[in-house]
Design a protein around this ligand. Structure first.
Ligand code: AMP
Ligand code: MG
Length: 401
């Protein structure tokens, strides 16, 4: 198969996937991380009444004409209104009502003078400034108007969305189910962390990494014990895993080595191969196929290759299943700090850390088999094919992790 671009590969997956069926109703406390399954519109004006944004006196601006520091206006205090209460009457000419922050503006008043600009009087009050109508009023519906669209289907919620929803009196919201993702590391050399390491063996770094990454993306990972380099066993395990899950991410066994059996397993399953080989490094042998409509994204076993291709291939697939309206990772322009000494004849993803618009290349080893340099990274620098060695100050594009 021809090597496909990263964009083409992601598009091939997205074209075949839809948001998971089913809806869940979750309380606001469990909403962060979830994707809205329905548009949410406002039922109420917020605030639901005109209110005072400060402690002071509600009054008629006309009564303050000409008032100033040396020439206070003198008004009769007709009562007090607290937050949570209401003032029963109306503010007449020459009157003021003492008002606390959050209290409804009494009828008749058209402004609020702050307490600091008065003598704080209880029976009568001297006001040392003049105001115009509408000053210091927080108007009904100025935050949210009833009927307005608050958030759209496909938007992922976080804590910042909560006050607007709670302000509507909403307790539960309809969201898409969380995708369940099987993680399967392939390789006869792999041992799960915790077990003893024999000669020629290494610990499975990818399984725990991808399970953690999936959890951070609000999927429900199912970390499976390492798979063997045997196509029949792999095929059976994958079929079993996909019964319990909505997608599978595997690592290892996708290149052209003698024990690279993922493609063979896909064939045994009668899978529809979407692509095999992506025109970017590291992780170019990435493979994706559908088993009964469920996607399997099979990544190369080198930990950084698996991490990089997971972000640009598996993550969009996951986001689509999750119902997210924007499944592709975010990209930003940035200025390179430090240098990238090697030219990139093939498109290359380089792990890095973005801070304040500047992108710092991880100081540790860059080989795709090295995992330590990934620690603390928050982006991948996306170097197009044919990029020469770059020095500090170069403009680059990054993919946010
Ligand atoms: P493969 O993609 O199977 O050819 O593996 C490429 C390299 O990555 C080999 O050195 C493997 O031993 C190593 N590798 C494969 N899977 C993992 C894993 N789960 N954790 C750490 N290293 C791995
Ligand atoms: Mg292998």
């Amino acid at each position: 198969m021809e090597r496909i671009s990263i964009e083409g590969a992601a598009a091939a997956l997205l074209a075949r996937l839809s948001p998971l069926p089913g809806r869940e109703s979750v309380p606001l406390s469990a909403l962060p991380g979830r994707v809205l399954a329905e548009d949410v519109s406002a039922r109420l004006d917020v605030p639901p009444f005109d209110r005072s944004p400060l402690d002071g006196y509600a009054l008629r601006s006309a009564d303050l004409a000409g008032a100033g520091p040396g020439a206070p206006a003198l008004l009769r205090v007709a009562g007090t209104v607290y937050a949570g209460g209401t003032f029963p009457g109306a503010v007449g000419p020459g009157e003021a009502v003492r008002i606390m922050t959050g209290a409804p503006i009494p009828a008749g008043a058209d402004c609020v003078v702050r307490q600091e600009d008065t003598d704080g009087g209880r029976e009568q009050v001297r006001v040392y400034s003049s105001l115009h109508a509408g000053q210091n009023l927080c108007l009904r519906g100025e935050d949210v108007t009833a009927g307005a669209l608050l958030f759209r289907r496909g938007e992922r919620m976080d804590w910042t969305h909560i006050p607007a929803l709670a302000g509507q009196g909403v307790t539960e919201v309809a969201v898409f189910p969380l995708p369940r993702a099987a993680v399967l590391s392939n390789g006869d050399e792999l041992v799960s962390p915790g077990a003893a390491l024999g000669p020629g063996q290494i610990y499975d770094s990818n399984g725990p990494m991808l399970a953690a990454r999936l959890a951070s993306l609000h999927a429900r990972p199912l970390l499976l014990p390492g798979g063997t380099d045997d196509p029949g066993v792999l095929a059976r395990r994958l079929a079993g895993d996909l019964e319990k899950c909505d997608l599978a991410v595997t690592t290892g066994g996708v290149s052209v080595g003698e024990h690279d059996y993922l493609l063979r397993a896909a064939e045994l399953l009668g899978a529809e191969v979407l692509f095999h080989g992506v025109a970017a490094k590291p992780g170019s042998p990435a493979l994706a196929f559908l088993v009964g409509g469920k996607p399997v994204v099979a990544l190369s076993g080198n930990p950084f290759a698996a991490a990089a291709m997971f972000e640009v291939l598996a993550r969009p697939a996951l986001e689509r299943l999750a119902g997210a309206a924007h499944p592709l990772p975010r990209r930003l322009g940035a200025v390179l700090r430090g240098e990238i000494g090697k030219p990139s004849p093939v498109r290359r993803l380089v792990r890095a850390r973005l801070e304040g618009g500047e992108v710092h290349v991880a100081p540790q080893g860059h080989s795709s088999g090295m995992a330590l340099g990934l620690a603390g990274c928050n982006c991948l620098i996306d170097l197009p094919a044919g990029t020469p060695a770059l020095s500090g100050g170069a403009a680059v594009e990054v993919i946010l992790l």
